[in-house]
Design a protein around this ligand. Structure first.
Ligand SMILES: C[S@@+](CC[C@H](N)C(=O)[O-])C[C@H]1O[C@@H](n2cnc3c(N)ncnc32)[C@H](O)[C@@H]1O
Length: 350
């Protein structure tokens, strides 16, 4: 069976997440991927695991892309048709179907993405996507649980935007870069902050462990995990000494300390060597923490002082190649208006 997946962000993180988690997926339009799956249940579970996924539609095999065949499929009072690759045609097609049905109500899509998950959850709507040229019809079968994502983003006991908290969907996408089945696997975040990475890992079914140099942060992580009913082994620890408390770890996924916020340009060149020393110290120590074949997904900040670009990921060049294979780099992600750009790197212990 064939499915199309609508993803929330057209950045290289979403691309890498899809590449790792959905074998053979093809980008057919900006933010829309085509893939095959045995049945709709497996396709839905796959979509629900990802950070970037917004909506999933299934191909209706043998259904012609005409207004009449779609009208025959409408069961709810409301329907909506989006014409893929010819968006402007959507209005005409919705009108035609309404005339054929002589009842019901259509909701016009605003763009190629069709209706929002909020709208779909509030009203019973049969939503279709049509490709007239390829004579294909797709029906929406799943959309992301936006209420749950909002709760994790804004309604946790500790959800302080000032602290530079990682958005939950980004944390989820980072974890998806680890090509492992989570059950029975231990995932650790050595810079756990308020626990965003750990929450997403727990939801996916990983056993989780975390550390932070500040007891206060560990307390926040614990409160956030308790709130959602998850347990973790948590330690107050310098990440460069992770091996004092953790071993036989399957994956480390982390957004480390990225430097103090709101730096002046003249402070950047003094900050960068300190950060690089910290990251190098961590990567050396984590060789002892990980199982052979274990993974690291880590954010490296890139700074620009107007004269020079400082890419802290350069610490992995050369020095660590005896210990790690470099699987992916240059996966870019930044928060809107952020002055620090983030590069995500995936390493595998040899
Ligand atoms: C960028 S924040 C992590 C945010 C986290 N991903 C979240 O969303 O809540 C970095 C964290 O690293 C901690 N930290 C700084 N230096 C550290 C070190 N040497 N070892 C362990 N943790 C450290 C800070 O206390 C802070 O909580």
């Amino acid at each position: 069976m064939r499915f199309i997946l609508f993803v929330g962000a057209s950045n290289t993180l979403a691309e890498s997440e899809i590449e790792t988690q959905i074998k053979g997926a093809i980008l057919i339009q900006p933010n829309i991927y085509l893939f095959e799956s045995e049945d709709s249940q497996s396709a839905k579970s796959l979509a629900a695991k990802l950070g970037c996924s917004i909506k999933l539609a299934q191909e209706l095999q043998g259904v012609a892309s005409t207004s009449q065949s779609i009208a025959d499929l409408v069961k709810s009072k409301n329907f909506s048709v989006t014409v893929l690759g010819g968006f402007k045609e959507s209005s005409r097609m919705n009108q035609e179907i309404k005339e054929l049905l002589q009842k019901g109500r259509f909701i016009l899509p605003k763009d190629q993405f069709g209706l929002t998950p909020v709208l779909l959850s509030k009203h019973k709507i049969d939503e279709f996507f049509v490709d007239e040229e390829a004579d294909e019809v797709w029906q929406t079968i799943w959309s992301h649980d936006f209420e749950h994502w909002i709760k994790k983003d804004r309604r946790m006991p500790y959800a302080n935007a000032k602290a530079g908290i990682l958005p939950p969907k980004i944390a989820r996408s980072m974890i998806s870069l680890v090509p492992l089945e989570p059950a029975g696997k231990l995932l650790v975040d050595p810079f756990c902050g308020s626990g965003r990475v750990l929450i997403e890992a727990a939801e996916l079914g990983y056993t989780i462990g975390g550390a932070d140099i500040l007891a206060e942060q560990v307390k926040e992580t614990k409160a956030n995990l308790d709130f959602l009913g998850f347990e973790a082994r948590l330690e107050v620890l310098d990440a460069t000494h992770l091996s004092d408390k953790f071993s036989r770890v399957d994956a480390i996924v982390t957004e480390p300390f990225l430097g103090k916020p709101n730096l002046r340009p003249d402070q950047i060149r003094y900050l960068v060597p300190g950060l690089q020393k910290l990251y190098l110290g961590c990567l050396k120590n984590w060789v002892e923490v990980l199982k052979p074949g274990g993974y690291i997904v880590i954010v490296f900040p890139t700074f620009d002082d107007g004269k020079h670009i400082y890419k802290t990921s350069s610490v992995i060049d050369g020095k660590l190649e005896l210990s790690y294979n470099l699987l992916k780099r240059d996966i870019l992600y930044s928060r809107p208006n952020a002055d620090v750009r983030r590069e995500i790197v995936v390493l595998q212990k040899k």
